[in-house]
Ligand binder design. Structure first.
Ligand SMILES: *Cc1c(COP(=O)(O)O)cnc(C)c1O
Length: 255
């Protein structure tokens, strides 16, 4: 793992953002993609308000958060940043769906019909709709959230019933490993699944987006077709919180 320095000034953020964008552009160039087809979603989990405000000053408008409580607290604390958008990218329990329906700009970890139903109901009540990504477990690890690839087609067919959910595409976390030969196949399988599903996607379900790639592997994800990369540490600096906080079982995985 590279040693990610903590960004403490607007200039630090500008530098880190420019570097990540340059690497995205280079990865695009390697495979003949337009860099404008890749959205960078900065992931601000565990980062305190003051540094998020610096990132905002450096140009960030989207912020990805893994946990609903934390995301909601930040949304409330920074409502003065009227054009900041808060993306929930982590597993959701149905009892938190109501909160997500109120403030989230998108939800990237849809993985059950119960959550879809609950979220849809609360969104209807709020008079809102929400962009969602279906999370797929491409690494075949017990510990990971997300649907098994084989269960995704039937799941997608249910989506038109939830009119407040705008399905945009698929999301995955690759295997946690330094071995590219293990990581890349996760990205390839998400893309291939998306391509297969797209052919007979139900009306109103767009399957254009692939949210895949984080600080350690976003360049590879872009080479394999990512349209959204979720990058935290390479922008904000290393996190102190162990990743097992977010992904149960992380400590036992390949890295
Ligand atoms: C934390 C997180 C990321 C970003 O990880 P970094 O190593 O900080 O880039 C991406 N996706 C999800 C779902 C996360 O929880």
């Amino acid at each position: 793992m590279p040693n990610y320095q903590t960004a403490r000034t607007v200039e630090d953020f500008q530098h880190n953002l420019a570097q990540v964008r340059a690497r995205i552009a280079a990865a695009c160039a390697r495979v003949g993609r337009d860099p404008a087809s890749v959205r960078l979603l900065p992931v601000s989990k565990t980062v305190e308000e003051a540094r998020i405000r610096l990132a905002y000053q450096a140009g960030c408008r989207d912020f990805g958060e893994n946990k609903v409580q934390e995301a909601h607290g930040k949304w409330e604390a920074m409502r003065d940043l009227a054009d900041a958008r808060w993306a929930v990218i982590g597993h959701l329990q149905t009892n938190k769906a109501k909160v997500v329906a109120r403030f989230a700009s998108e939800f990237q970890a849809l993985d059950s019909l119960r959550v879809a139903e609950t979220l849809d109901r609360h969104l209807q009540a709020e008079g809102r709709s929400l962009d969602v990504f279906v999370q797929v477990n491409t690494s075949n690890e017990e510990s990971k959230f997300g649907l098994a690839p084989a269960d995704v087609p039937a799941f997608i067919r249910q989506m038109p019933a939830f009119s407040a959910l705008r399905v945009r595409g698929l999301m995955t976390l690759a295997l946690f490993s330094d071995d590219a030969n293990l990581v890349r196949p996760c990205f390839v399988s998400l893309r291939e699944l998306r391509d297969r599903l797209r052919q007979d996607a139900p009306d109103g379900v767009a399957l254009d987006e692939l949210s895949m790639g984080m600080s350690g592997d976003y360049e590879m994800a872009v080479e394999e077709g990512a349209t959204v990369v979720r990058v935290g540490q390479a922008i904000f600096g290393a996190r102190r919180t162990a990743d097992s906080e977010y992904w149960p079982g992380f400590a036992f995985s390949a890295r």
